[in-house]
Design a protein around this ligand. Structure first.
Ligand code: PRP
Length: 180
């Protein structure tokens, strides 16, 4: 698995530091609120797990399964809700937790949906932001690291469902997806 990676872009140590920094900031910003963290499956799992333990507040966590890549390397633009939330977000301060924002097709769709459902506030924290990939304007409120326009895997991010278990974020060798 590691030999399919051209280079490490965000090391495990850097991810740990990012989670600590974001956790301190979120603890401060949501001090007098009881936020609802919404993780967008599947990619969010390692990040929400590490980040949540750095937020020193009471909060709820819920999950929603959303997909637009359908296993490949390019967004289809067709954002599908595969599993919806099991609680109401009406009048809640929602913080969406994502592994990456690329085209922003996913997050823009979900933010619009949550506002329509009556959330009091909707903000997002993402581990990675790839602004050069945008197809729709969107600026996340909390960003771990801005990365260049390269196809990355690991720490939740997949290619054909593989590599999510890498402890770091790395650039996949192009021959891996060119040979498919
Ligand atoms: C990935 C990622 C984000 C989305 C970001 O999910 O987890 O949800 O793509 O890309 P965008 O800004 O171009 O919309 P994916 O659809 O691959 O599903 P997954 O989390 O189950 O891997």
């Amino acid at each position: 698995m590691h030999s399919d990676i051209a280079k490490v872009l965000v090391s495990k140590e850097e991810i740990d530091q990012i989670c600590k920094t974001l956790g301190v900031q979120l603890t401060k910003d949501y001090e007098h609120k009881k936020p609802l963290l919404v993780g967008l499956l599947k990619g969010c799992i390692p990040f929400i797990s590490d980040l949540a333990r750095q937020i020193d507040l009471k909060f709820d966590i819920a999950y929603m399964s959303v997909s637009s890549y359908h296993g490949g390397i390019a967004s289809s633009g067709d954002v599908k809700i595969k599993m919806d939330l099991d609680i109401s977000i009406k009048d809640r301060d929602v913080l969406i937790v994502e592994d990456i924002v690329d085209t922003a097709n996913t997050i823009v769709t979900i933010v619009e949906l949550f506002k329509h459902r009556g959330a009091k506030s909707v903000k997002m924290v993402t581990l990675l932001d790839k602004p050069e990939g945008r197809l729709r304007p969107f600026q996340p409120e909390y960003v771990g690291k801005v990365i260049p326009k390269e196809f990355v895997v690991g720490y939740g991010l997949d290619y054909n469902e593989y590599y999510r278990n890498l402890p770091y974020v790395g650039v996949l060798k192009p021959e891996i997806y060119n040979n498919q």
